[in-house]
Design a binder for this molecule. Sequence first.
Ligand code: F6R
Length: 252
Amino acid sequence: MEKLYYGYNGNIKVGIFGSYEALSEAAAEFIAARMKAKPDIILGLATGSSPVGIYDALTRMYEAGELDFSAVRSFNLDEYYPLPPENDQSYRYFMNKNLFDRVNIDKANTRVPSGVAADVEKECAEYDAALAAAGGADVQVLGIGGNGHIGFNEPDGFFTAATHKVALTENTIKANARFFASEEEVPRFAVTMGMGAIMSAKSIVLVANGEAKAQAVASMLTGGVDPLCPASILQLHPDVNVFIDEPAAKLL
Ligand code: F6R
C-alpha cells in the first residue's frame, strides 16, 4: 500500500495500490481474515469486472488450503431483470463461474436476487427479510459505477432503502454493453439491494480501478452525502475499506 487516506471521521480507510492485482490481493486478504475469524460469515457479494481479482485471490487461498467456504453464506447485490439464472449474462451465472464453482461453498447457501420473479415486490421483501434474519452481511463487497452507483442504486433525488426493481440509466447500459454482444441486449432493468441492506453490513470493502472511476471515487469520498452520487452514503457507514489503484485515485 503506497498511501493511506482517511475520510472525514476516520471511518473510511483508503488504500492506493500500484496495480489491480495488488489492490485485489489486499481486499481478498481483508475478507480472508474475517472468514478465518468467523467461518459461518455472511458475505455480501458484487459482480462486474472490479471484484474478479478478489474472487481469483480467494480461490487461490482456497486451493492452497488456507480458506474454507463450507459454512459461508452469501447474498449478492443485484441481478438483471428480466434474466434467468442460466443465462450466461446473469449475475448468478457470473458468481457460479467466478467464485462458487471454484470453492467449497454450498450453493444452497448462496443467494442472488431473482431476475425472473413474477412478483418482484415479494421477491425484494423476502430478500431483505432473509438478509436481516441472517443479521446483515459481515463484509459487503462493492464496486462503484462511473456514475457513483453501488449495486444498481443509480443517481437520483433520494436514496432507496429497500431491495427494489430499478430502471438502469443510459450511462450504466452503455458501461455494461461491453459484456454483451450489443448495447440493445443489455437488460433495461435490474433488481438491486437498497441502501438499507448495504448500510447494515458490518464492514464494507469497495474496490475500484482505472481512471474512469476517478470522478466517482472523489465524489464518494470528498463530496457531500448526495443521492446524485449514491456511493457517498458510505460516508455515514462506520467501517469502509476502499482499495483502489493510482488512476482511480487521481482526483483525491
Ligand atoms: C455489480 C454492481 C455494480 C458494479 C459497478 C462497477 O454487482 O453492483 O455496482 O460494481 O457497476 O462495475 P465494474 O466493476 O464492471 O466496473
